[in-house]
Design a protein around this ligand. Structure first.
Ligand code: NAD
Ligand code: ZN
Length: 273
């Protein structure tokens, strides 16, 4: 199928739908300048997931070789600070505004779906700009760019990268004064809100899987569950992914190019119909 036909076919399915759920992975934010982890040039080519992807690995690495990790964190801060919602995020915002999209389920922690106007976002891996207290579990949401600016100022003021200095990067909990951490899911930790995600998918008439490789579980099950529950599945990903067997339409394009074209076509179909 040509990409143009894929866009038309996806739009025809979406124009008739009333309860679309989007399941998004790191790929949807790639065009916002936040690199995916697995792709060529991604983080996992430079760092070992065991070193930075688990809480204990990260604490150990910060203890033994903080100087090596700080440039990695500064690069991440830069990318998250400069990022803005791209045309794919904005297209999902528009799809909600016109009454077609009900829910975004995202593996991303970058807050860009909310900034693009989506109001029902299930963040299965948490949010990098919400902090949670390691003692009482209380949470505190911070504005993305303000939090990054404050963190960068603290890093710039550090004389050394000792563990004690690094611990001061996070504010203390307002309730119990204990240490807070970003409310994100590390390897080995429980994903968040999965029952709500599966419930949304089972009630949907179309699942849009955008920029997700389909190898990070349990989010990778979502298109399969959608299909079992009778939903149509539309996949947008420029690269091969795990959803070939269940996709009704596969569009091998970048999300930022495919999604606005699909939404424009949906609006055109609705205008004519
Ligand atoms: P992943 O499994 O979601 O893989 C990324 C997918 O995006 C790949 O299939 C790739 O082909 C696709 N892709 C790349 N560029 C694209 C584009 N322009 N348009 C559409 N698709 C594109 O994710 P991962 O990179 O292996 O990351 C693992 C986990 O790490 C994620 O689930 C997430 O929790 C976290 N992460 C978050 C962010 C973020 O918040 N933006 C970024 C990187 C990683
Ligand atoms: Zn607390």
């Amino acid at each position: 199928m040509s990409t143009q036909n894929g866009i038309r076919e996806a739009a025809a399915i979406l124009a008739e739908a009333t309860n679309v759920v989007a399941s998004c992975g790191a790929g949807i934010s790639a065009e916002s300048g936040i690199a995916t982890f697995r792709d060529t040039g991604g983080v996992w080519e430079k760092l070992n997931p065991a070193e930075v992807g688990t809480t204990w690995g990260l604490i150990d690495s910060l203890n033994t070789a903080p100087g090596r990790l700080i440039p990695f964190f500064i690069d991440l801060l830069d990318a998250f600070e400069q990022a803005e919602p791209n045309p794919a995020h904005l297209a999902l915002g528009e799809l909600e505004r016109i009454g077609i999209l009900s829910t975004v389920i995202t593996q991303n922690i970058d807050n860009l779906h909310q900034e693009a106007g989506n109001t029902n976002v299930i963040e299965v891996h948490g949010n990098g700009f919400r902090l949670s207290c390691m003692a009482c579990g209380g949470t505190q949401a911070r504005e993305r760019k303000t939090f990054i600016r404050e963190t960068r100022e603290k890093i710039n003021a550090m004389r050394d990268f000792s563990m004690a200095a690094i611990m001061t990067l996070m504010p203390a909990c307002r309730h119990c004064r204990s240490i807070m951490r970003p409310d994100v899911v590390m390897f080995g930790e429980a994903v968040k809100d999965i029952p709500r995600a599966f419930d949304a998918v089972r009630k949907s008439d179309v699942l849009l899987a955008i920029g997700t490789s389909g190898v990070v579980y349990p989010a990778a099950y979502l298109p399969f569950d959608a299909r079992d529950a009778g939903a149509r599945v539309i996949v947008v990903n420029p690269n091969e992914n795990a959803f070939a067997a269940v996709s009704d339409v596969y569009i091998p394009m970048k999300a930022g190019e495919a999604m606005p074209a699909i939404v424009e076509e949906v609006k055109e179909i609705r205008r004519q119909g």
